[in-house]
Design a binder for this molecule. Structure first.
Ligand SMILES: C[S@@+](CC[C@H](N)C(=O)[O-])C[C@H]1O[C@@H](n2cnc3c(N)ncnc32)[C@H](O)[C@@H]1O
Length: 247
């Protein structure tokens, strides 16, 4: 049985791919800069791109010399990926990332998951599968919409400047419908739930970023300057290690 969020992504796929514009849209550039900084050199590394969507980032990794396996649960997304983003070091797979993955233990050097974890109803099983398929040491990097702030609306001052957000029901884990590219589901969970999932899987958090737009992009889009007040995204890097090294 397929989970609802994947059905929604099948319908949203074309619009998402067009608007994301190969990671060149304003919002994608914010978190991808931090993801790339934390990834470092991927040449010769085995990389799993989990929730690869239309595969634009998987292709970017393959072009940088990584050996990439890219996974998504949406046939529509994968069809776009196979049409637009092809490379001899890149293979696409359809898997539901809330289930056991069909990769061997300790196969990958790096697992990257951009904008996936807030789309899946339960993260513990996915993160423990990430730990299983990673070498030890290995690296898991994920980006999400910021769990503390994303669901709250901006409040404006009398000059229509976005100045603050009121945070309510932050600890209430829940699912909400979004409508950016057609209907999709957003599973809200507090920040600590992400860190707990990493801990439970026997990994540890090694870096955390709350990225903001570059100065150059704010010069192009000055109305987006409010991103410097409250972050919209969170990027985390976790390390897998031998159980005997975990204290
Ligand atoms: C917001 S998109 C991100 C796509 C891509 N990583 C990017 O940065 O553009 C979320 C992706 O996760 C996929 N997805 C959602 N739930 C999934 C699941 N349970 N198993 C596999 N893929 C899933 C969707 O099909 C969609 O392609």
């Amino acid at each position: 049985m397929r989970v609802d969020s994947i059905n929604h992504w099948d319908i949203a796929a074309e619009t998402y791919s067009e608007e994301n514009n190969q990671g060149r849209n304003f919002h994608s550039q914010i978190y991808l800069a931090a993801v790339n900084e934390l990834l470092g050199n991927v040449k010769g590394k085995r990389v799993l791109d989990a929730g690869c969507g239309d595969g634009f980032f998987s292709l970017e990794l393959a072009r940088k010399g990584a050996l990439v396996k890219a996974v998504d649960g949406s046939d529509a997304m994968l069809n776009i990926a196979k049409r637009k983003h092809v490379h001899h070091n890149l293979q696409y797979y359809n898997m539901n990332l809330t289930r056991k993955l069909t990769f061997e233990d300790r196969f990958f050097d790096i697992v990257v998951a951009n904008m996936l974890l807030m789309d899946i109803p339960e993260i513990n099983s996915f993160v423990s599968e990430v730990a299983r398929v990673l070498k030890k040491p290995g690296t898991f990097i994920f980006s999400v919409t910021h769990p503390c702030f994303f669901l709250s609306d901006w409040e404006e001052n009398k000059n229509n400047i976005k100045v603050y957000k009121k945070i309510g029901n932050y600890l209430d884990e829940r699912v909400e419908e979004l409508n950016f590219w057609g209907k999709t589901l957003h599973y809200h969970r507090p920040l600590s739930r992400y860190i707990e999932a990493v801990e439970k899987a026997g990994m540890y958090v090694s870096s955390l970023r709350e990225p903001v737009p570059s100065r150059e992009s704010i010069e192009l889009y000055p109305e987006q300057e409010y991103h410097y007040r409250i972050p919209s995204f969170l990027v985390m890097r976790a390390k897998s290690i031998e159980a005997s090294d975990f204290t």
